[in-house]
Design a protein around this ligand. Sequence first.
Ligand code: 0RA
Length: 655
Amino acid sequence: MAEDKSKAALNKAKDFEKRADTYNASQIQVLGGLEAVRKRPGMYIGSTSSQGLHHLVWEIIDNSIDERLAGFATKIEITVNEDGSVTVQDDGRGIPVDIQAKTGRPALETVFTVLHAGGKFGGGGYKVSGGLHGVGASVVNALSTKLEVTVMRDGKKYAISFDHGRVVGEMKQVGTVPLEEHGTIVRFYPDPDIFTETTTFDDKILKNRIRELAFLNKGLKLTFTDKRKESAETDVYHFEGGIKEYVAFLNKGQEVLFDEPIYVEGNYEGIDVEVALQYTNGYKTTLMTFANNIHTYEGGMHEAGFKTALTRVVNDYAHKAKILKDKDDNLSGEDIREGITAVVSVKHPNPQFEGQTKTKLGNSDARTAVDRAFSETFSRFLMENPSVGRKIVEKGQLAERARTAAKRAREVTRKKSGLEIANLPGKLADNTSNDPSISELFIVEGNSAGGSAKQGRSRLTQAILPIRGKILNVEKASMDRILANQEIRSLFTALGTGFGADFDVSKARYHKLIIMTDADVDGAHIRTLLLTLFYNYMRPMIEKGYVYIARPPLYQVRQGKVEKYLDTDEELHDYLGTLQPSPKPIVQRYKGLGEMDPEQLWETTMNPENRRLDRVSPEYAEDADKIFDLLMGNEVGPRREFIEKNAKYVENLDA
Ligand code: 0RA
């Protein structure tokens, strides 16, 4: 008897030791993993700038979206709290709380402490996950000073809390709830030691993405509440029509060829496909593609499948309906797409993201899936709606005629080679190197700044193209007129890439295209216009990461021989606070680039050693494009709203 008892005790102790060992081992691994995240946050969230900060929110929302895709959550509520933290709540099953055999720890804890734990345990068969992100809740935890999770599951409420990724409040049951109340609540506080630029969430960025997610996940209800505002209202994003409503939204205020966007959905071999499209009467092609809710800026297989199918179906229809004669050539894909607004969204069980910015879908089965799902329904639609079919074909024919006419005109004036100096625009001060990888083209606002830049530059690597601000009256000029503009054409010529259908990024004579405009309202206008232009007519330059914005400083402080350049009033104030009173520091405020002499311009804005350049991401350029549409639009309402909303920003720049 006594022996049995001691044996049992021994076994128990052994078992405890074993579990404790596993625990220690897994904890060490955990801390190692999270340390790595804190050491190199950029590896996990891209950067620690504002973009990286917002990535934390996407990461947490992605988990709730996964729970939606698994068929459980119906609602996701996002809140920015008064203290600047963010809460994401869903009504899914609630993260599992059971103790895992392998670690001896609650699953809930593991999700937030082990790298890449999300979705790796529990099984549950087929699951679509937000590919590009999905690095896991543990990354958010590692980069937060505090993170608290509440889970409601099986009528019980559980809580756990973390400090810099470490458990500080072990998981425990904290109460009961009605059985029908279930879900997960995550609240986190981004660590200012990691996000040194800013820990302030931008309501515009959050709302934009939340709206996009609502369009991409039809029927899912997302809400956004900003409690930092005195009158915190809740915005509700909920679209039963999904991307069909997205297309209608994108085309709002524009003349359309037919009233309702066409919407197609299907599933081929486990790949969900949705396509929505509508033609406008305009010339702009808007084709947005998504894979697992990620905007695939670089396109990929799903985009290829859509383009091929659209071109084939429209041409087939045109021949069948005898709009094109047998002897006529097919219309080109580009001509058929002119004026289209289309959204293609696929959800793939195993998405492969490729390309420079990992936003190109590589799975070739996605091409087949989109082609199959789209072509049959679209072909039937054209047969059943012949008047729409005819309009689409005729629009393509018009585009073809315009394109051939423009091409002929271009051929007459086109320079033969980008490197033929004689053909380069007169205003361009080219650099002497022929190596594009070290060549930079500064697009400078105004002739006087252009002059200083030409004198101050490094001749080997830096070319200068001054651009007159006056022609770029963003609100009035249409894109057609802008493209006809001599200065803009000079830009394409200098760049050496050709234009439109002939655009070829591999011919770029410079691998840095740097926009250098004043830090005032006009400068912002010109920057917006140039970005819109690049986004629409030389997007590969942006995708390759060749486009930059120079950030000239606002102040110079000189004390004796020491010079310091500063960006904001706050920085100026702080810096002056650190100086001795004598000799008296002299503060100069730069109104514009034109006020700087060549040396100053070199020192502050052009010298690779000191200058600050912001690389333009496709997202950023897309925003500029949207703002441009707003500024150009005929509707006064949104324009006024934009100007009012941004009045503060504009004042800051102008102060
Ligand atoms: C059931 C099983 C698993 C996770 C979840 C539910 C779940 C996770 C999250 C994250 C945020 N909200 C959530 N709601 C539910 C295990 C993971 C799996 O195997 O997929």
